[in-house]
Design a binder for this molecule. Structure first.
Ligand code: MG
Length: 362
């Protein structure tokens, strides 16, 4: 038995490491909702979820008042049953962002326990496909950066041996976006991946028009061109352009991914382990995508996603946006343009408890 004896949640504000802007928003601070689950065999698992600045206290309240009491007394080894019990206790607020984030924080704590108990790292216990995965950089591609800065950032990533960079798009005109992308493509040459990301800022009609302007630059993908709920719009766009369409960071259920995949509306899925509700549903999306012969390139959270991308055969890329350096004692290992999954038992994130405590706000 590994009965849950205590389950606690708290909120920590982590300062952003650099200015990050896109077509729709700025990253204000990383509200980080931690969950710690202790079992009667003496182990404690730590999970977390995040927002980019708002709603963290709602997630915390959901956990404290509704979800964590459901967890106490359960067998922590039976993660599917625990996840389902938590989900079923939130029928009136599922599917939804706040609930998904709360589920994720709890689920990650259970997976941490599962890995600690097995003495295995997450990347192996979740599937164990390969130890290291290609990394692309987003930190040099924010929308407020000027063209020279974009080019410098891309060249810097290329010089490090990283295989790609992502550029934010959504300037007032498509021509401006295209000029910025062209400048980067001319600087890095043809053998380097460039992704673009519109952060749901466009209509299908506008995205089709802008995709045509971007086609000459051989893009690896066009990310979140439209609001995530516009599946039909993505389907039209995917049929209209040779650029692969990437979606997923704003999707909160396995069924939403199924709909995209079934309709051919996504060529790449970017399932975010926090926003989908944890590792348990993340793996389902990854395996579902594999069945459709689609790759997974998860959004953000490189510190945990490195282990999940390494776990599955269709993991293609990890996104480089470091955001936990202030509260961890070890950095993500990067070797020859690849992120290396941590090999210690558990989720593989070396939390700095003192730094976390110093940033605790609730
Ligand atoms: Mg994005």
């Amino acid at each position: 038995m590994a009965r849950v004896v205590t389950a606690e949640a708290y909120l920590v504000d982590i300062e952003v490491e650099t200015v990050r802007t896109d077509a729709m928003q700025s990253f204000l601070k990383q509200e980080t909702i931690f969950v710690e689950v202790a079992t009667d065999d003496g182990l404690t698992g730590t999970g977390y979820a995040y927002t980019i600045g708002t709603g963290g206290r709602a997630v915390l309240a959901m956990l404290r008042e509704h979800l964590l009491p459901v967890l106490v007394g359960r067998d922590a080894r039976e993660v599917e049953a625990a996840w389902r019990a938590l989900y079923d206790s939130t029928r009136a607020t599922s599917v939804g962002v706040i609930t998904a984030l709360a589920l994720a924080a709890a689920d990650l704590a259970l997976w941490d326990l599962r890995c600690l108990r097995a003495g295995e790292p997450l990347w192996r216990l979740a599937g164990g496909f390969r130890r290291s995965v290609p990394l692309y950089d987003t930190e040099g591609g924010w929308l407020h950066l000027d063209q020279d800065e974009l080019v410098a950032g891309a060249l810097e990533s290329q010089a490090k041996g990283w295989p790609g960079v992502k550029l934010k798009v959504g300037k007032p005109t498509g021509v401006e976006d295209a000029h910025r992308v062209r400048a980067v493509r001319e600087a890095v040459g043809p053998e380097f991946d460039i992704m673009v990301d519109a952060n749901q800022s466009m209509t299908a009609a506008e995205a089709i028009r802008r995709a045509a302007l971007l086609e000459p630059y051989d893009l690896a993908w066009f990310e979140e061109p439209l609001p995530a709920e516009d599946v039909a719009g993505h389907e039209r766009l995917a049929a209209a352009t040779p650029i692969p369409i990437a979606v997923g960071e704003s999707m909160y259920s396995v069924g939403h991914f199924r709909e995209y995949l079934q309709r051919g509306a996504a060529g790449i899925v970017q399932v975010d382990v926090s926003r989908i509700g944890g590792i348990t549903p993340w793996l389902k999306v990854a395996h579902l995508a594999e069945a459709f012969n689609v790759v997974v390139c998860p959004h953000f959270l490189m510190e945990i996603h490195v282990s999940l991308v390494a776990a599955v055969p269709n993991g293609r890329y990890v996104e480089h946006i470091p955001q936990l350096r202030a509260v961890t004692t070890e950095q993500l290992a990067i070797v020859d343009g690849h992120a290396v999954a941590p090999d210690r038992p558990g989720l593989g994130i070396a939390w700095d408890r003192d730094q976390i405590d110093a940033r605790r706000v609730a």
